[in-house]
Write a protein that binds this ligand. Sequence first.
Ligand SMILES: Nc1nc2c(ncn2[C@@H]2O[C@H](COP(=O)(O)OP(=O)(O)OP(=O)(O)O)[C@@H](O)[C@H]2O)c(=O)[nH]1
Ligand SMILES: [Zn+2]
Length: 292
Amino acid sequence: MSAIPLLEGRVIASYGRHYQVEVDQQQVLDCVTRGKQSNVACGDWVRLKLTSPNQGVIESIITRTSLLYRSVEHRSKLIAANVDLAVIVVSPVPSYYDLLVNRCLIAAQAAGIESLICLNKSDLGEVADAAYTKLCSYRELGYNLIRVSAKHDISQLTPYLQGKTSVLVGQSGMGKSSLINALLPEAAVATRDVSSALDSGKHTTTSATLYHLNANSHIIDSPGMQAFGLNHIRAGELDQLFTEFRPYIGHCKYSNCRHTHEPNCAVLNAHEAGKISDARLSAYQDILRGLS
Ligand SMILES: Nc1nc2c(ncn2[C@@H]2O[C@H](COP(=O)(O)OP(=O)(O)OP(=O)(O)O)[C@@H](O)[C@H]2O)c(=O)[nH]1
Ligand SMILES: [Zn+2]
């Protein structure tokens, strides 16, 4: 009996342990993994075996160019694979958490993925202007920053997405699904009104989904998050991921300095001298506290 050849395809949606895999532009298969394996992410290229005309079993994952994920203790939550750009979506209402933005930036940096901070809901007037002014500190650190309105104007976003696989990440309610709808009106992604009075987002997206913008540009919408665990980052490597810390690393009194309280710490001295902001030092120390 001759072996059935494996098909190759890209995971375009992940729901728990169920996946949709596109094997060519016409055909999308419902797939599961073998056993209890759940290490497949949206954006992965996989090899699979057909089990029925529209179903398959994922046999293996083709080597990834990148993987964005979060981790809490020993559990990882995969966000997206083979992505070139993480678009960190923030909004003035509900207001974004600055610490979460830093965590997204650090996770992307650790995964070798470029990031872009995208302020959505720019149409909201003064609150949007104030949020943008605050976010400009990231531009000074070398990060790209844009402002858009999913409801009115996304022209600053589209050029960044060309020729790449991008992933939208951020808290619930920032407008990720609305941005997908603006980019691809035919996608009709479910969005839900969030109460701005409560200033908190509600989960409306439960899985990651990949959409095609054109033949070589793709975008993944990921579930909104309230926390971004970074347990997979080593404590001794975290400082390198804060780009503006780099000139000072290696100049502390102690070679294993963690830059929290140590005497003659070059990073703390740079902070004292105004070269490192309070917000970024706090973000660093906040992430460090969570690492084992
Ligand atoms: N004024 C304004 N409201 C927006 C804009 N974009 C999204 N919204 C509103 O913000 C709310 C949340 O939008 P969603 O697109 O569902 O947010 P999300 O980030 O996908 O949320 P999750 O699915 O929970 O991750 C909805 O009430 C949208 O109508 C915008 O550009 N301007
Ligand atoms: Zn130090």
